[in-house]
Ligand binder design. Structure first.
Ligand code: CA
Length: 230
C-alpha cells in the first residue's frame, strides 16, 4: 500500500516538527503549510489523503480553509481533522459544521492523533488501513485476529476481541453499554447490560497483563472508551 499523504496546516513550528516526526514514524508521508492560503494551494495541487488543520492560522482561518475544501468539487472528499486549543462544545460544533470529519483539542498525545487519523482515513476510504488498528502501544491485526501490546501477544476471547475492535475504531469516544451491546453482540441478541461490564473487565485484565497503563476508560454512568492512560 502506498503511504497516505498528510498535509499539516499549522503555524507553530515546534508542533509541526513533532507531528512530522511522529507521522513519518507511523508510515505517513508528510507535507506542510504554515498559513491558510498556502494550505489551499497545496490542497488543490497535491490532493493529500487527509488534512490536519489548525483552527487559528494566519491569512485564512482553519474554519474558512475547511469550508473551501468542502466547496471545491475536486477537494470536497478530502478528510479534515481540525486541531484547536479551544475546547468549548460551541466551537466543536462550529468545527464539525464547517465540514471537519473530526476534531482534536490541544494538547494531544501523538498516539491519540495517529489513532484518530487512521480512524478518519478508514471511515472515509473504505478498505484503506482496515487490517491493522493502533492505539497507544496496542496493535490489532484484524486479518490475523491478533492483538499485541508493547510487542507482546494479548490473549482475548472472541467477545473481548470484538469489543476492543469497536472501541479502537473510535478512540476517545464514549459508548454506553447499550451501544456496545448493539455493536458487539448485535441487535437481535438479548444480553443484559451488565454483561458488557464482565467482558470489559476481562478485556482490561488481558491488556494490563502485558502492559502498564489502563487504556480502557470507565466513564461513570455513561459507559466505556479507549483512551490514553490517565
Ligand atoms: Ca495556530
Amino acid at each position: 500500500m502506498t503511504k497516505p499523504v498528510v498535509l499539516i496546516v499549522e503555524d507553530e513550528a515546534p508542533l509541526v516538527t513533532m507531528l512530522r516526526y511522529n507521522l513519518e514514524k507511523e508510515g505517513f508521508q508528510v507535507c506542510e503549510a504554515s498559513d491558510g492560503e498556502d494550505a489551499l494551494i497545496q490542497i488543490s495541487e497535491r490532493k493529500p489523503d487527509i488534512v490536519l488543520l489548525d483552527w487559528m492560522l494566519p491569512l485564512v482561518s482553519g474554519l474558512e480553509v475547511c469550508r473551501r475544501i468542502r466547496r471545491g468539487p475536486d477537494t470536497r472528499a478530502i478528510p479534515v481533522i481540525m486541531l484547536t486549543a479551544r475546547s468549548e462544545e460551541h466551537d466543536r460544533v462550529r468545527g464539525l459544521d464547517s465540514g471537519a470529519d473530526d476534531y482534536v483539542v490541544k494538547p494531544f498525545s501523538p498516539s491519540e492523533l495517529v489513532a484518530r487519523l487512521r480512524a478518519v482515513i478508514r471511515r472515509t476510504q473504505p478498505g484503506a488501513g482496515e487490517e491493522v488498528l493502533h492505539f497507544a502501544d496496542v496493535k490489532m491485526d484484524l486479518a490475523a485476529h491478533k492483538v499485541m501490546r508493547a510487542g507482546t501477544g494479548v490473549h482475548l476471547g472472541p467477545t473481548e476481541f470484538r469489543l476492543l475492535r469497536h472501541l479502537m475504531r473510535y478512540p476517545g469516544r464514549v459508548f454506553s453499554r447499550e451501544q456496545l451491546l448493539d455493536a458487539v453482540w448485535g441487535h437481535d441478541v438479548f444480553v443484559e447490560a451488565r454483561t458488557v461490564d464482565v467482558h470489559i473487565r476481562r478485556l482490561r485484565k488481558a491488556l494490563n497483563a502485558v502492559g502498564s497503563g489502563d487504556i480502557v476508560r470507565t466513564v461513570r454512568s455513561a459507559g466505556y472508551a479507549i483512551d490514553r492512560p490517565q
